[in-house]
Design a protein around this ligand. Structure first.
Ligand SMILES: *[C@@H]1O[C@H](CO)[C@@H](O)[C@H](O)[C@H]1NC(C)=O
Ligand SMILES: *[C@@H]1O[C@H](CO)[C@@H](O)[C@H](O)[C@H]1NC(C)=O
Ligand SMILES: *[C@@H]1O[C@H](CO)[C@@H](O)[C@H](O)[C@H]1NC(C)=O
Length: 321
């Protein structure tokens, strides 16, 4: 789970350069070069498509299923009308506005992967999506986002497989403190034959394979993962206030459903062992880490009951951290 809010700054170079003759000339040529570069990138990023699905970046159809605890809903992340035709997959089309937004965020190399650390989940990321909604996302990197990595299917790495559930969709609504609770059962697991790292969501008959990251992308996790983590993350540029994480409330010592009405949580967390069986996590090897305890906090309960199992309540108000 990651939460990221950054101020928007998207100015076209051409708007700034109008006064003197040399300036206009120089400015225009810079602008045109930039424009050509954007066109080149768009051509590279946007593969030929057979159908365009217009959507307001949110999930057009979202169905909810009451889970066993009252007031809890599970979200179904499928596109309306079954998604894409058989044999094709939905990939978000990158627009020039996206490139301008991404460029203003990362002026060093213009690479869109330099936003945040790895891991799938859901996040708020105005620079990436141009809105303040909560989106599903996946991100990979083999070197802590130095040179490699990518979000969703925006560039190389992720192989989208589901024809109806692309990464990066916005949730139609999110949990509210004291109100309905929205849950997303999310799985990241390695296929023991192909070694692909698969991302899926749902449970039982409603399980959906979204897609996978091939093992060739990585160095350290080709055969298995030495470390597994669950976390929330907030980001602010230096000197600015941090955004909220989770519900914006710090977790307290309440347990189970009482606490779940107040803070965000990971429930029934499990690790797949070599026999492909969900176990642990083994409590003795677990570490809770909070780097700004007044802004964000986490409470870890190894076992509450069969519904909650191993649960972390986490989050906080952010601010000056
Ligand atoms: C842009 O790059 C310059 C030079 O590397 C750096 O000093 C500046 O902080 C960067 N600005 C942003 C918004 O990243
Ligand atoms: C996102 O929220 C911030 C803070 O409320 C606001 O300043 C910004 O304009 C919003 N961005 C968009 C794209 O709605
Ligand atoms: C995986 O977990 C199951 C259930 O605890 C256990 O029986 C099995 O031996 C474990 N496999 C390995 C390879 O540790």
């Amino acid at each position: 789970m990651a939460l990221l809010v950054v101020p928007l700054l998207a100015l076209l170079a051409s708007l700034l350069i109008l006064s003197d003759i040399n300036g206009v000339y120089g400015g225009r040529s810079i602008f045109m070069e930039e424009d050509l570069e954007f066109e080149r990138q768009l051509k590279q990023l946007n593969k030929p498509s057979i159908k365009s699905i217009k959507m307001s970046s949110s999930i057009p159809k979202a169905t909810f299923k009451e889970a066993s605890s009252s007031g809890v809903k599970h979200v179904d992340l499928r596109l309306q009308g079954g998604g894409c035709p058989s044999g094709t997959v939905p990939i978000r089309k990158t627009t020039k506005e996206d490139l301008i937004r991404w460029k203003s965020f990362s002026n060093s190399s213009g690479n869109i992967h330099q936003f945040l650390d790895e891991g799938p989940g859901k996040h708020v990321h105005p620079k990436l999506y141009g809105d303040n909604k909560t989106h599903t996302f996946g991100h990979w990197t083999a070197d802590g986002s130095q040179k490699t990595g990518c979000f969703n299917a925006l560039c190389n790495g992720f192989v989208q497989v589901s024809k109806s559930s692309p990464l990066g969709l916005a949730f139609p609504f999110t949990s509210t403190t004291g109100g309905a609770i929205l849950q997303l059962p999310l799985f990241l697991f390695q296929n023991i034959h192909s070694n692909n790292w698969w991302l899926g969501y749902g449970e039982g008959d409603h399980f959906v394979d979204i897609g996978y990251w091939p093992p060739e992308l990585f160095n350290g996790i080709k055969d298995s993962a030495p470390i597994v983590g669950w976390r929330g993350e907030a980001y602010a540029p230096q000197g600015e206030l941090y955004p909220q994480m989770g519900t914006g409330n710090l977790p307290s010592r309440f347990k189970g459903s009482r606490q779940s009405k107040i803070t965000a949580y990971f429930r029934a967390v499990r690790v797949y062992n070599e026999s492909y069986i969900g176990v642990g996590p083994y409590d003795r090897s677990l570490q809770s880490v909070t780097d700004s305890p007044y802004c964000f906090y986490v409470f870890d309960y190894p076992y509450i009951d069969d519904y909650w199992r191993h649960v972390f309540f986490y989050g906080g108000p952010g601010g000056k951290c």
